[in-house]
Write a protein of this length. Sequence first.
Length: 275
Amino acid sequence: MRIMISADMEGATGVTWTEDVIPGTEQWQRFRRLFTGDVNATIAGLFNAGATDVLVNEAHSSQRNLLLEDLDGRARMLTGRHKPLSMMQGIDTGVEGVVFLGYHAGAGFDGVLSHTYLENQITGVWLDDVPASEGRLNAAMAAEYGVPVLIVSGDDKACDDAQDYAPEAELVTVKECVSRYAAICLPPARTAELLSSAAAEAMNRAGRVERYTTPHRIEVEFDASHLAQAAAVIPTVEQIGVRRVGFDAPDMTEAMKAFKIVTAIAAGAVQGIYG
């Protein structure tokens, strides 16, 4: 029974503000350990309930945050950039379940460090006319490969979001959002228990399901017009508003590849503090 963990950092135990997740800072070094602890707790629960292989895909920023030397020795880790399927790299390798660990609410919504791919230039993303967090986008890709979402962990806003896009998943709330940069946090010993227990329970749902492949439309709204103009240079991407672009794709894999290009072009068009 092979399971994949897509591990993001904003929804990890104790994380509440920018310095906690920016590589190179003192706070980041501290929270790398807590992040790795969340992953290990989940790995333990999965193996205790019958998993035979666990692949951890680093999904945050530089994708070089977890401490390999502290990782549970039974797991494997996919680290570093760049990956064709980004946060979901490995979903196409025959895994029988995926865990969204350390996830967060989407751009334009309340939640600790809420965003969708770009930290502050995107004000909203829509998948087939539905507001979309990274979790919703990634769940659609998982469905395309017939892989059930077993667990979603993060703050209470991330878990509320997941109730809609992954209603059968185990939800683990490691902190309660007070604002974008503040939360009521549980200590690592308690979140480890919650994650391990949820992982063991979730293994009851592991197993391939029917693949769901369908065309998709993604629309992205930015906080400035020049970012939409920059993204609209991409073939198949249309500027549909002053700050908004949209595009269609034949399936979710192609949609996410196009979305990655849109966000990369927009990020490259940001000019200092004026955005």
